[in-house]
Design a protein around this ligand. Sequence first.
Ligand code: HEM
Length: 290
Amino acid sequence: MPDIEKLIPPPLRRPAKPGEGNGNGNGNGNGNGVVDLRQPTEKNGSAATEELKGKLKDSPADVVGWVDERTGASNIVTALALRKVPKGTNWFYTLGSATMFAFICQALTGVFLAMYYTPSPVEAYASITYLTNEVFLGEFVRGMHKWGATVMIILIFMHMARTFFFGAYKYPRELNWVIGVVLIILTLVMGLTGYLLPFDQRSFWATEVANNITASGPFVGPYLADFLRAGPEIGATTIQRFYAIHMLLVPGLIIGLIGAHLFLVVKLGTTAPPWVHASKPKSLRRKDVG
Ligand code: HEM
């Protein structure tokens, strides 16, 4: 039987409350404002210490327990996972999470593509050909990224349609709708900027057309097109600018906005489907009517 004192991890401490421990508000005499739970104090006499030792013996001495003790993360995770959702919640409510999953897949596969890709007109196509033909699973990861982009756009539109048809854009969720609109625009910008990167005939001419359409937009259109082209013709500076926007600027904005979007979802809760009507609380029902 091992010595019980040795089983108790030393850093199990909590801040002292005023008047606790040695009476000067500094804990039980260690002077740094924490109570060492292993030491008996006026409050936790020997019986309490024994009880504590029993509990400590059962407490998880793993990494998860260690982190949780210091962050309280399990409270947040439990509150998120076990939060109440309205009656009638169904599969349509998973479309937002599915969109997020698609985005995470894009981010992860994008990191691997960035390891091989070179953003220059001379080397872009060659680097992608090398990745596709020579690198182990390169074609697979590239395919995931390419088809994943389409999947994300389909999912985000389906999610938007769900929130629209369920009336989830109404008070108090207007701000979340607006954040969603920005998210969908940013997702389309990801598609546009990514399309140029292979720098083959198709992507070159598609970007030429897209840029001309942008230039025909009112007021800011010509300026925006000039900014995106980054020069008189689509070339080296365009590809570098598109790459920076595609892999740094827009993903950063999307991550921040998804955070704000989810914060509001958790804070406000989700909307019940339109066919579910709230029942009157018992206290408000008339006694004489059934
Ligand atoms: C990257 C894109 C997006 C992600 C990751 C995302 C994620 C989510 C998630 C996980 C939810 C929780 C419930 C559910 O899935 O329906 C949600 C709710 C919501 N989303 Fe999105 N969303 C995105 C884009 C959009 C867009 C484009 C719109 C609309 C323009 C939008 C509007 C809303 C609204 C209004 C809610 C609240 C739904 C309710 O109260 O029932 N979201 N979103």
